[in-house]
Design a protein around this ligand. Structure first.
Ligand SMILES: Cc1ncc(COP(=O)(O)O)c(C=O)c1O
Length: 468
């Protein structure tokens, strides 16, 4: 079975290597020693082909949120796009501001800007590159960056390249913390207080490990109140909102009608749109700053026709409403999963005991939008055991642990797709409750034969066999 093969490969990957490398070149040994730190936590990433790709598992992990990839919709739209440009060039010819520009990319940028009701769009090769560009180019010396503590690694990396040293975080999605840190920055930075420099606030529409939505309206209102000089500007990463939130999946900013209040938006195509590439939205001034100051734009080959054509194909599916059914289905399926879990008394007991819990179970009714990401939090290490249990039943999900999330915040991350079925949702809910039941029995001593779930025993037996 594919999941068993995947688990076996993963287990083998966690075996320490450096101790057997005493005679190897120091270069290799030092690298393996660093990798062994990951292996010690069973956290080394190993090459893996998910079982859903061969139809042997149910996809609850991929970023193909709207199922445009697995249903072939994006490929069909892409092939149509290629067919209508039979003379396309595979190369762009150089960096964007020298030889790499071409009419087609400019046209697609205009269309993307229009779709999101933005002034301009700039296409870049990926969302990661987009965040590196934004944070490298937009903050000027003397500006301050204020960011949600859970922003993506690419935003954090981008900030490393920014020209400002003033960087502060606020507690995740916490308006009080935002207000407090904002006030501290204003108090301590004269040029911000007198309105000659800016505070740039970095947030995401949907946080990728927690599946919660940014309280954007509230944050913008607080910024206007605390800093009436109007020098607080927002940068939002809509990677996980694209295709999922708002009218025809245009994102959170469009859903809230806040297009004029947000300085920079990043939309990526590797998730909802099942392709690759990203677009940065902003004013002509923002665009000019990016194309002149962002090293990841200035010093790289401009996006090529095939990528831009795939982006256009994805946007065409959004624009024509072809993805709306999937968008609605995600809302329905997530609600079904959460209400099923909430109704299960054993799951409730496991939650009360801190074995496994779903934050969304507690505040489902308070959320304006449901999104495709459901964080199933567990006691430390149990994320692996729950993942083993689900994987062995053919549900493709991954345990998430440090360094992807802060230490002590283990979880599995369920990604619900537009084409998952009610039966699949009911199946994974039942399987999760079964595991919760088993763990409650183990922890309360009702099952005194073991301290470990059956699936964990099975996987660790495989591990022992691999070591033998
Ligand atoms: C919030 C966020 N921003 C940016 C990115 C990077 O996007 P891309 O995969 O297009 O590089 C990701 C991808 O994981 C993401 O989750």
């Amino acid at each position: 079975m594919a999941t068993k093969a995947m688990l076996t490969a993963w287990i083998q990957g966690q075996k320490l290597k450096a101790p057997q490398m005493k005679n190897a070149p120091v270069f290799q040994r030092n690298l393996e020693e660093a990798l062994d730190v990951r292996r010690t936590d069973h956290a080394l990433f190993t090459p893996n082909i998910s079982a859903w790709k061969s139809g042997e598992g149910v996809d609850f992990c991929s970023n193909d949120i709207l199922h445009l990839g697995s249903t072939g919709q994006i490929r069909a739209a892409f092939e149509k796009e290629l067919a209508s440009h039979p003379d396309y060039n595979l190369y762009s010819g150089g960096v964007r501001m020298l030889d790499g520009n071409y009419e087609y990319i400019q046209q697609v940028e205009r269309e993307i800007a229009e779709f999101h009701n933005a002034e301009t769009a700039l296409i870049v090769n990926s969302g990661f590159e987009g965040n590196i560009a934004i944070f490298g180019a937009i903050p000027r010396p003397g500006d301050a960056i204020l960011y949600d503590e859970l922003v993506h690694a690419s935003t954090l990396d981008g900030m490393v390249h920014s020209l400002t040293q003033v960087k502060h975080s606020f507690r995740h999605n916490d308006c009080d913390s935002f207000r407090e840190v904002l006030a501290t920055i204003i108090d301590s930075q004269r040029m911000i207080r007198d309105g000659t420099r800016c505070i740039l606030v970095a947030v995401e529409s949907v946080y990728s490990m927690d599946g919660d939505v940014c309280p954007l309206r509230e944050l913008v209102d607080i910024a206007k109140e605390v800093c009436p000089k109007g020098n607080v500007e927002f940068i939002i990463d809509e990677a996980h909102g694209t295709g999922v939130l708002g009218p025809r999946g245009a994102g959170l900013v469009n859903a809230l009608g806040m297009e004029k209040e947000i300085a920079v938006r990043l939309h990526t195509c590797g998730k909802g749109l099942a392709s690759t590439g990203a677009a940065i939205l902003g004013s002509p001034t923002v665009r000019a700053a990016l194309t002149n100051f962002a090293r990841s734009v200035v010093y790289t080959t401009a996006p090529t026709f095939p990528m831009v054509a795939a982006m256009r194909a994805g946007y065409e599916l959004l624009r024509t409403g072809a993805t709306e059914q999937a968008q609605e289905n995600i809302q329905h399926l997530v609600k079904r999963f959460v209400t099923t879990m909430r109704a299960d008394p054993i799951f409730q007991k496991a939650s009360d005991m801190g074995i496994v819990w779903i934050p969304l179970c507690e505040d489902l009714e308070e959320r304006d939008f449901l999104v495709h990401i459901v964080a199933v939090r567990t006691r430390q290490r149990y994320s692996y055991w729950l993942a083993f249990h689900l994987q062995l039943l053919g549900y493709c999900i991954f345990p998430i642990d440090h360094p992807v999330v802060p230490k002590g915040q283990s979880r599995i991350r369920l990604i619900v797709h537009g084409a998952n079925t009610e039966a699949q949702i009911d199946g994974i809910a039942k399987a999760t409750c079964e595991w919760a039941h088993e763990m409650v029995d183990i922890e309360t001593g009702a099952d005194s034969r073991t301290k470990m779930s059956k699936s964990a025993q099975q996987v660790y037996a495989l591990m022992a066999a691999a070591a033998a």
